[in-house]
Design a protein around this ligand. Structure first.
Ligand code: ADP
Length: 573
């Protein structure tokens, strides 16, 4: 190609020689000359400034790297409609206003003209694009100080943290963008939920809600999530292009909703407090001509930080309040429980005292059987009292991390038999049949007293909540694990309560019907976990409950693991 000229411009290039000396441009004018092959022969520094990119050597499909031509409303132009593409297709483009989204997310409003450059044979050989910065789009006037003060006043007036989040978004919409949303992480979980969302346009508000309800943020699909959740960093999406929709839409309906919401740019900042990221604050803007600036990013980051601190403080406050409530409730139950055995105890002692005085006055001996009866009652109530006090002491030991175990080799089946023997009198009195299925010894290394305590808790609960129906304890070995189950046919436990009852002070019955501190299962779980095991419950309400204990057998001789793993198919007899 040599001596290509264009009648409509003064551009003239000679093959291989770079820009022609006759290329005359104004100082502030960007000049780009691109051959049909994509080779960039002219790209002056002004053009580099206008498009915000370094000088490219080669481009494909008339696209300047990292740049996107957009309409005034921010929607991307079809690739063939840009002035460069049109000129390469042979169509001159008169000077007019165009908008370009640059790789750094900022926009440029440019006055562009473009002409095809034809070779001697009349074929288009190149396109010449001239650009001038158009009048700047007015930057947003962000009154950050006022907005932060308003946010502070809003957040500070309520202890109900989440109720304040939507009003908070109202401060940002439409001042900062057309839409905003706040996504929170569920504590102790990777799950995310949208705590508040808002769009300035009523129709789009409903659409945004619909979209977020039907397609909630999914932590298992990280490409659809704002950057803050994957890297913890501030994220800027200049505009949601068709390519983005394709990448994040989970199905055709999702893509349709995203498109219907319209192309928005997004600035997302982390809700960071005390070293953790609680979630993210996102502002959506449909007008890319007002790309998010550094000042807006700083403001939003600060606002998100304050919001996170507020949410965190509100959570700590709620937890403290709940702890105080639990403590008060516990003190009420504990004093009632401690008082319950004290009443018969002191009545019995008073009665005995009176009888002794009367009999002594009459010069008679005190009948031993009456004394023995009274002492029996006294003994029972003292045992009950010391059991309650032991539980309380255990809880404070566990809380302080002072639960010490002294491991020794023992047989779980014998431990279970011993505990059932201790309960046999009480069970007989209540008419409850107690059974043990433990065909072989199950040896492991455990702390004897603590293991007895665990089995005692489970068996005493089975008797207490077992409605007089038979209770069966089974012990078996499963390789390196020992298993103990306690099965009753009593009142059972509702599904929602099954995991809660292992927490401190948690009960699933009313204290009017059943006494108790709600500590037995908590202590049980703590001990079992200290052994490296698990305890769980299954139940059908009204038909009974089965508690399953699984304990690692620890460092015991190999033969115990093999020889007594389980009764053989013929050995069960
Ligand atoms: P407490 O028996 O003193 O209330 P626990 O920690 O031993 O405390 O048990 C917690 C709760 O679990 C009980 O209040 C009861 O609601 C429920 N529970 C425990 N064992 C059983 C059982 N075998 N059947 C039905 N409910 C049970």
């Amino acid at each position: 190609m040599s001596g290509i000229t264009s009648p409509a411009s003064e551009a003239r290039v000679t093959d291989g020689e770079g820009p022609s000396p006759s290329t005359r441009v104004m100082d502030a004018e960007g000049v780009v000359l691109v051959e049909c092959t994509g080779r960039v022969t002219v790209f002056n520094s002004q053009a580099a400034a206008h498009f915000g990119i370094p000088v490219p050597l080669h481009i494909e499909h008339a696209r300047l790297p990292g740049c996107e031509w957009v309409r005034e409303d921010g929607t991307p132009l079809p690739p063939g409609d840009s002035p460069l593409a049109r000129a390469l297709a042979g169509e001159p483009v008169d000077a007019s206003s165009w908008h370009v989204l640059r790789p750094d997310g900022t926009r440029a409003a440019l006055r562009c003209s473009a002409v095809p450059v034809r070779a001697g044979d009349g074929q288009v050989a190149a396109a010449l694009l001239r650009t001038q910065a158009a009048e700047g789009v007015p930057a947003s006037v962000l009154d950050a100080t006022r907005l932060l003060a308003e946010a502070g006043a809003l957040l500070g007036t309520s202890v109900d943290a989440e109720a304040r989040l939507e009003p908070l978004l109202k401060l940002l919409v439409p001042a900062l963008g057309e839409g905003a949303l706040l996504i929170l992480r569920t504590p102790g979980d990777s799950a995310l939920r949208v705590a508040a969302s808002l769009h300035a346009d009523a129709g789009r508000h409903a659409l945004l809600r619909d979209l977020l309800t039907r397609y909630p943020p999914d932590p298992s699909a990280p490409e659809g999530l704002p950057q803050v959740f994957t890297t913890g960093a501030v994220g800027r999406l200049p505009i949601l292009s068709e390519a983005h929709v394709g990448a994040i839409a989970r199905d055709a309906e999702h893509a349709r909703l995203l498109r219907e919401l319209g192309p928005h740019g997004c600035l997302s900042v982390p809700l960071g407090a005390r070293g953790g990221v609680l979630g993210a604050l996102l502002v959506l803007r449909s007008n890319v001509l007002r790309a998010f600036g550094a000042e807006e990013e700083r403001f939003l980051t600060e606002l998100a930080h304050r919001t996170a601190l507020y949410l965190e403080n509100a959570r700590l406050y709620r937890e403290a309040r709940e702890a105080v409530r639990q403590r008060d409730e516990f003190l009420g139950i504990a004093s009632h429980e401690l008082k319950t055995p004290l009443t018969p105890l002191s009545l019995k002692v008073q009665l005995l005292q009176k009888q002794v005085v009367v009999l002594a006055r009459e010069g008679k001996d005190v009948p031993t059987d009456r004394v023995a009866d009274a002492l029996d009652v006294v003994q029972r109530q003292v045992r009950r009292l010391s059991g309650l006090v032991d539980n309380l002491l255990d809880v404070s030991r566990i809380t302080a991390g002072r639960l010490r175990l002294e491991l020794e080799e023992m047989d779980l089946a014998s431990v279970a038999a011993e505990i059932l023997y201790r309960f046999s009198a009480a069970a007989a009195q209540a008419g409850t049949e107690l059974g043990l299925e433990a065909p072989v010894p199950v040896v492991g290394r455990w702390d004897r007293l603590r293991l007895e305590q665990v089995v005692t808790n489970l068996v005493s609960n089975a008797l207490k909540y077992g409605a007089g129906q038979p209770v069966v304890v089974s012990v078996e070995a499963r390789g390196p694990l020992a298993r103990l189950t306690v099965k009753d046919h009593g009142i059972g436990i509702a599904p929602d309560d099954l995991s809660r009852i292992f927490e401190r002070f948690e009960r699933a019955v009313s204290d009017r019907h059943y006494g108790g501190l709600g500590l037995g299962l908590y202590i049980t779980r703590q001990i079992v976990e200290a052994f490296g095991g698990t305890v769980s419950a299954v139940s059908t309400p009204g038909q009974g409950a089965t508690f399953l204990l699984e304990l690692p057998r620890g460092d015991i001789p190999e033969e115990w693991l093999v020889a007594h793993a389980a009764p053989g198919p013929t050995g069960g007899g």
